[in-house]
Design a protein around this ligand. Structure first.
Ligand code: PLP
Length: 396
């Protein structure tokens, strides 16, 4: 493989030329069924007509404006996005380019909120072990996995990690004197599709509300409809009512493959940033916004979201019904599914690419976990074909 790129990725031996719907085609014409969506990015599949048209129409109008001016497309996208996130309590948005950049913005908001209200020393952001929040120095500092930290210190101060699911540890960690925010993935993605329990989310919402600590959800992988609701935490309750967040971050699928990130703020956090506090040259430019608007017009629709739930259940039920001795656990919500197996996942990913006939693109989520993040538009027949290939590769 070419050594023109820095050696940052363990790549599989395939080079793609184009895609169509749930399929990608390599440079020699072999086709591969996509159960990965570019890690939860191509949520409408490849060459989706509405998305492709929105991008091409916008390209002939205006690609970019600097932040001295407002773009009609960026405004329409921001309004549509805040409206999609209103059930989660969101009031306004800052647009960025990536998940890590969105998370950087989220940490800045939490710190300034706390500083202005309580003074210095109350700046810690608590995150979970097994979390993944990005690759910049600050978002690595927020990421609760030691393997990503090796060789890159010193890190940004003021992050502490607690084990997921442990409400006592949460209660202890969220002290009202030093902590500004609690930042968590509703469903941990990179560590193998691990949803937080309803009790844990409810406890987090209660403790954060009581102690005026910002409740911050990183929905970069699990948001934008991936779990069957626009935001994954919408499925959780606090005091019998849907949970409301103080800050939510989104990226990945938000513009279906065009880079964009978003930090959304609820009532408490919406007024924290003042002019000059934050910025991003490309963040939410008209091209990304046009793509994002096309995604929202398709995804933010109850019927479409219900189909994501149905397709996800179909996959989980089918795998459980195999009763395959190599399958140890199947977890997930909507089209975000992790399958623990009795052996290393990577050789299965390789075999899925190399097999004769159609290939299959799947991801790993830890050494022995297969991770499926298919496009929302995947058909039932394609789901069946993909599962047939997984079953074949597991053998037995
Ligand atoms: N947060 C979560 C939950 C993620 O899954 C990711 C990427 O995998 C990120 C943040 C970082 O996003 P990006 O790679 O766009 O910076």
């Amino acid at each position: 493989m070419s050594d023109v790129f820095m050696n940052t990725y363990g790549r599989l031996p395939v080079t793609f030329a184009r895609g169509e719907g749930s399929w990608l085609f390599d440079t020699v014409g072999k086709r591969y069924l996509d159960f990965a969506s570019g890690i939860a990015v191509n949520c409408l599949g490849h060459n989706h007509p509405a998305l492709a048209k929105a991008i091409s129409d916008q390209a002939s109008k205006c690609l970019h404006l600097c932040n001295y001016y407002m773009s009609d497309t960026s405004l329409a996208f921001a309004e549509r996005l805040v409206s999609a996130c209103t059930p989660g309590g969101m009031k306004n948005v800052f647009l960025a380019n990536s998940g890590a950049e969105a998370n950087e913005g989220a940490c800045k908001i939490a710190r300034k909120y706390s500083l202005k209200k309580y003074g210095t020393g109350r700046h810690t952001i608590v995150t979970l072990r097994g979390s993944f929040h990005g690759r910049t120095i600050t978002t690595l500092s927020a990421t609760g996995q030691d393997k990503f930290h090796k060789d890159f210190g010193p890190f940004t101060q003021g992050f502490t990690f607690i084990p997921p699911g442990d409400i006592d540890a949460l209660d202890k960690a969220l002290d009202g004197k030093t902590v500004a925010g609690f930042f968590l993935e509703t469903v941990q993605g990179e560590s193998g599709i691990r949803p937080q329990s309803p009790e844990y989310i409810e406890a987090a919402a209660r403790l954060c509300a009581e102690r005026d600590i910002l409740l911050m959800f990183d929905e970069i992988q699990c948001g934008v409809g991936r779990t069957g609701t626009f935001l994954a935490f919408e499925q959780h309750k606090f005091d019998g009512k849907p949970v409301k967040a103080d800050i939510v971050t989104l990226a990945k699928g938000l513009a279906g493959g065009v880079p964009v990130g978003a930090v959304l703020a609820g009532e408490k956090a919406a007024g924290v940033f003042a002019a000059g506090d934050h910025g991003s040259t490309f963040g939410g430019n008209p091209l990304a916004a046009a793509a994002g608007l096309a995604v929202l017009e398709t995804v933010d629709n109850p019927g479409f979201l219900a189909e994501i739930t149905r397709k996800g259940e179909k996959i989980i039920n089918a795998i459980r019904a195999w009763n395959h001795p190599s399958v140890q656990e199947v977890r997930g919500r909507g089209l975000m599914i992790g399958v623990d197996i009795d052996r290393d996942a990577w050789p299965i990913l390789e075999a899925a690419i190399a097999r004769a006939g159609d290939g299959l693109l799947i991801l790993s989520g830890g050494p022995k976990t297969l991770r499926f993040l298919p496009p929302y538009t995947i058909g039932d027949d394609e789901i069946e074909q993909g599962l047939g290939i997984v079953r074949e590769l597991l053998g037995g």
